[in-house]
Design a protein around this ligand. Structure first.
Ligand SMILES: CC(C)(COP(=O)(O)OP(=O)(O)OC[C@H]1O[C@@H](n2cnc3c(N)ncnc32)[C@H](O)[C@@H]1OP(=O)(O)O)[C@@H](O)C(=O)NCCC(=O)NCCS
Length: 160
């Protein structure tokens, strides 16, 4: 198996940090650019997630201080880390940013003694499925009509 590189990509100079409520507008705008399939979050949903003490989030910002990528996970009441959303700006894709975000989020979940992560992904979202598979997530269930347009999803999980 090929070794996975979790470093900040060499061609990309930037920084990673948690999201805060002060990032709300920028996050919402980037989300709109990422999810052209219509599965965008309302501003209030982001406000709820970023205000929740059980949320673990990360963003990657460019050297020009623009948000390039984001990931949000919530620790559910059953003790599972639920990746609710992850997005990378179209112009920054395929540089390892999503892989890096997930790696950092998983490290943080482990530090909170979380041993399982789960997520949902559209059956047609090939890039995201490849990303998750590369990082060790496996499909455990097909979710019929999970998305608002009736598309099916997969539930994927990973033990940490
Ligand atoms: C899915 C998404 C987050 C991936 O972000 P990214 O930063 O481009 O991904 P990475 O560069 O970290 O890619 C890591 C691995 O994922 C896989 N991958 C990512 N994009 C891919 C693509 N377009 N086609 C095939 N595999 C892809 C590859 O295995 C890749 O490793 P490699 O480049 O060494 O081959 C990004 O495409 C995106 O924001 N999509 C729209 C929002 C979305 O669908 N989010 C997920 C919802 S479940």
């Amino acid at each position: 198996m090929r070794a996975i590189n979790y470093n900040m990509p060499r061609a990309f100079r930037g920084a990673m940090r948690p999201l805060t409520l002060s990032d709300l507008d920028e996050l919402w705008h980037l989300d709109l650019r990422c999810f052209v399939d219509g599965e965008t979050y309302e501003r209030d949903t982001f406000r709820f997630l970023l205000s929740n003490p059980n949320t673990i989030s990360r963003q990657i910002r460019s050297i020009d201080d623009e948000m390039c990528a984001f990931g949000i996970t919530i620790i559910e009441s059953d003790g599972v880390g639920h990746i609710t959303t992850i997005g990378v700006a179209p112009e920054h894709r395929r540089r390892g940013l999503a892989r890096l975000l997930l790696h950092e989020i998983e490290k943080s979940l482990s530090a909170h003694h979380i041993s399982t992560v789960r997520l949902e992904v559209r059956v047609s979202n090939y890039p995201a499925q490849r990303l998750y598979e590369q990082l060790g997530y496996v499909v455990i269930q097909r979710l019929l009509g999970y998305y608002s347009n009736g598309d099916d999803g997969y539930m994927m999980v990973k033990p940490l």
